[in-house]
Design a protein around this ligand. Structure first.
Ligand SMILES: NC(=O)c1ccc[n+]([C@@H]2O[C@H](COP(=O)([O-])OP(=O)(O)OC[C@H]3O[C@@H](n4cnc5c(N)ncnc54)[C@H](OP(=O)(O)O)[C@@H]3O)[C@@H](O)[C@H]2O)c1
Length: 212
């Protein structure tokens, strides 16, 4: 059993990860500024700003998962907050899994990342900020931090159909596509992949992508 701290544990991504990890018997701490609407049994919910709660909850943890989103009053703040969470995780000797965006992936080997090309206006700010958080890890993460940057598939949003199948594929920084050219993953299956990576660390200081 591991102790896993999920920052943003009441959001779309984080709540799925919290639920998956708790169902496997892990000790789970969720951090968010507001109380959960649907608390999961056995999960410890801490409320407060991530960087303020971190020094209290991260020491002693085996893994830290960060799933905040750069929306609303968090727009423009993710690099700074994640930088601080990475620092606290490194100090605690905890593994650090940071959720990013699909657009940080590449369409093919050697090609520019999606975020370097045209991005629809409604996704642009979030894509650029997600990419900045990837660069923060690559360029500035503490040397001894065991980090993984995890990009979900292109179609990965609350409300998209799809429950837990327990299946997924793990790619590197080149996006995975299915036979129809689609890039999909459900929230619950993305969570399965993240918790599998916590239980069995296979990637170290790497960018991975999760899709069917
Ligand atoms: N296809 C894609 O590439 C794709 C699609 C969707 C999401 N994503 C990425 O996945 C990540 C997570 O997105 P999401 O949609 O799951 O997020 P979300 O549903 O908006 O959830 C964000 C969570 O973070 C918490 N939070 C925000 N700011 C916080 C702070 N300062 N301190 C503590 N908690 C804070 C929120 O709760 P409170 O507001 O109560 O604090 C909530 O629990 C993002 O990086 C997003 O870009 C990628």
């Amino acid at each position: 059993m591991a102790t896993i701290v999920v920052f943003g544990g009441t959001g779309y991504t984080g709540a799925n990860i919290v639920r998956e990890a708790a169902s496997r018997g892990h000790e789970v701490v969720s951090v968010s500024r507001s109380e959960p609407k649907e608390p999961v049994d056995g999960v410890r919910y801490e409320t407060g700003a991530a960087e303020q709660v971190a020094p209290r909850v991260v020491p002693g943890a085996d893994a830290v998962v960060t799933a905040l989103s750069p929306r609303g009053d968090m727009a423009g703040r993710l690099v700074q907050v994640y930088g601080e969470l990475a620092r606290v995780a490194a100090e605690a000797g905890a593994r650090y899994l940071q959720v990013g965006g699909f657009s940080s992936l590449r369409p093919a080997d050697g090609e520019p990342r999606f975020v370097e090309g045209e991005i629809a206006e409604q996704y642009r700010q979030e894509a650029l900020e997600g990419e900045a958080t990837r660069l923060m890890l690559v360029e500035d993460a503490p040397k001894d931090l065991d980090w993984v940057f995890v990009s979900p598939a292109g179609a990965y949003v609350a409300g998209v159909a799809g429950g837990r199948t327990g299946t997924y594929r793990v790619g590197g920084e080149v996006a995975l596509f299915d036979a129809e050219g689609g890039s999909n993953i459900s929230g619950p299956d993305f969570a399965v992949a993240v918790v599998d990576e916590v239980e069995t660390p296979r990637h170290h200081r790497e960018h991975i992508g999760i899709a069917y």
